[in-house]
Design a binder for this molecule. Structure first.
Ligand SMILES: [Ca+2]
Length: 548
């Protein structure tokens, strides 16, 4: 920067001298003896403007890159650093060198989470149908205005009923580049609605294609191309995996790592093993309780078929982690890792979904056949993993994935909306805090956009519902700021006013004290009727504020 200022100083002197010579005579006629004083003052002002411009330019280069990694239908304790048995060394590395937050919330559903993540607003305000309102200004739009380049590799899933409408494409919502699937759930071997920008990328699908790898490779390319072609500006990368959302598709070598492991352990054994590991890691306090099990009896199920389903699910998480490792390597190779903020989360809790035939067919683009013409069996009892199968892992395994919490995706219980959350940012997180787990801050997807805007030096618009948590991530503030958060999807709702959580689920209402009972094992609505009623009224007011 100093070199630049020195150069500008010399350039300014030359330019100013020329300008002085040209205008000197006419000005002297009017100003007389004040001429030299005025010229000196003018030169100083012009120089100061350029000096501050150069300083701001230099600061612009120091603004961090931002990488948002979103997993799809991942349970709270599936990854290693949150207590899971699945091997995730790259996510574990991010946790070890960064921060984990145990109280981070999503919106319980794929597309609503994407709407809130990209806007900092409750999804009800910014969506129409299941897509973004056309006039919506996303974090990509706003951060692009601040000089960032913006990339999306992976799943879009906003307005999946209008794939053919180019005005619904991510390029219309602030992204410079987009590669990925528009639809919410697709085959990993032959994904429906695969796009490169606004053009179909179906022609890029070769014999050895696998969507998770393709999403990782595109992100690696974004990182490397950016370093080569746009080094002068920071970037925002939204790395939106479809893994481990159904269908259960994975490579045989990844499945082989897990198949034997799951064959001789019951659902409850695995849940208890995770629960103990979470306490050992410090993800849960020693006093934590395990929620009541909702899974079936292992002795009564087809064990081989079930073990295979979980092995494929684990292989999908494992492969995503391998891809994250490649992105980290690209950031490191290009010298960008130090000043890149990476955050990782899940879009909703583990899913109980059993695939219906028509739903499966729509996810395959209307034809249940592979690229080479073999039939695909939707929701069959074949061993999963291969591209001729199309299955989910079902409610028993989802109960294990969400350990220690209860309920699932599309509910407002903790199993539906509490997400693992990791922040990695070497230049922003002091050495002494690295590897720690924060149990105090309660934060939400809507906080991400304002946090990113603050990092980019942008103003935070009044329309944004979330609040920047940058000072917490940086360690300048700690604790849990008093705040109220809401969730509503389908027939399940919640309101947070920590430590209290009010829940409405299919007509029943509950009150929990999260500080004492994060696993929601004990409804205390009868003990605290006033609080229970006032929170219910406040939720109803909030919910009534939306148009529909
Ligand atoms: Ca999802």
């Amino acid at each position: 920067m100093y070199g630049l200022i020195g150069w500008m100083d010399g350039w300014m002197d030359g330019w100013m001298d020329g300008w002085i010579n040209q205008t000197k005579n006419s000005l002297e006629m009017h100003l007389g003896s004040d001429f030299n004083l005025l010229m000196s003052l003018s030169k100083t002002i012009v120089c100061l403007v350029f000096y501050f411009g150069a300083i701001l330019y230099s600061l612009g280069n120091d603004r961090p890159n931002i990488v948002v990694i979103l997993a799809d239908d991942l349970g709270y304790s599936d990854i290693g650093c949150f207590g899971g048995e699945i091997e995730t060394p790259n996510l574990d590395r991010l946790a070890h060198d960064g921060l984990r937050y145990s109280q981070f919330y999503n919106t319980s559903k794929c597309w609503t989470t994407r709407a809130s993540l990209l806007t900092g607003e409750y999804w009800q305000k910014v969506t129409v149908g299941n897509g973004l309102k056309p006039e919506t200004i996303t974090v990509a739009d706003r951060i692009k205005d601040a000089g960032y380049r913006t990339y999306l590799s992976g799943k879009w899933h906003l307005d999946q009923n209008r794939h053919d409408d180019p005005s619904r494409n991510p390029l219309e919502f602030g992204f410079d580049k987009f590669y990925g699937n528009l639809h919410g759930a697709v085959s990993y071997f032959n994904p429906y609605t695969l796009m490169r920008g606004k053009e179909s990328a179906a022609g890029e699908i070769g014999d050895d294609y696998y969507l998770t790898d393709a999403i990782s490779e595109e992100a690696v390319k974004n990182v490397r191309d950016h370093a080569r072609d746009h080094n002068e500006s920071p970037f925002f990368l939204y790395l939106s995996y479809t893994a481990p959302h159904w269908p259960l598709h994975a490579f045989p070598e990844d499945i082989a790592k897990y198949e034997a492991y799951y064959q001789d352990k019951s659902f409850e054994q695995l849940r208890r093993a995770r629960f103990e590991k979470m306490k050992t890691l410090g993800i849960l306090p020693k006093s934590a309780q395990l929620s009541e099990a909702s899974h079936g009896d292992w002795s009564q199920v087809d064990q081989q078929w079930n073990a295979r389903r979980m092995a494929v699910f684990a292989a999908m998480v494992d492969r995503m982690d391998q891809g994250i490792g490649q992105v980290l390597a690209a950031l490191e190779d290009t010298g960008q890792l130090e000043n890149t903020l990476i955050c990782f989360m899940a879009d909703n809790g583990a899913s109980t979904e059993l695939i219906g035939h028509n739903n499966g067919l729509s996810c395959l683009g209307g034809e249940a056949v592979t690229k080479d013409g073999r039939p695909i069996v939707i929701a069959g009892k074949e061993m999963s993993g291969d591209e001729t199968t199309f299955q989910g892992y079902g409610p028993d395994w989802a109960n294990v994935s969400n350990t220690p919490y209860r309920y699932f995706k599309v509910t407002s219980f903790e199993g539906g909306i509490r997400s693992p959350f990791i922040v990695h940012w070497p230049s922003g997180i002091g050495q002494e805090r690295r590897g720690s787990i924060d149990h105090e801050l309660l934060s939400h997807l809507i906080d991400l956009t304002p946090t990113f805007l603050q990092m980019a030096g942008q103003d935070i618009p009044d329309s944004i519902d979330g609040t920047s948590v940058l000072s917490y991530w940086q360690g300048k503030q700690s604790g849990n700021p008093s705040r109220v958060l809401f969730n509503h999807f389908g027939r399940s709702s919640a309101m947070y006013d920590y430590p209290w959580k009010w829940v409405q689920h299919r007509g029943d209402r509950f009150l929990f004290n999260l500080e004492k009972d994060a696993s929601e094992t004990s409804d205390v609505s009868q003990k605290f009727p006033q609080r229970f009623n006032s929170m219910g009224q406040r939720f109803d007011q909030w919910n009534a504020s939306f148009d529909d």
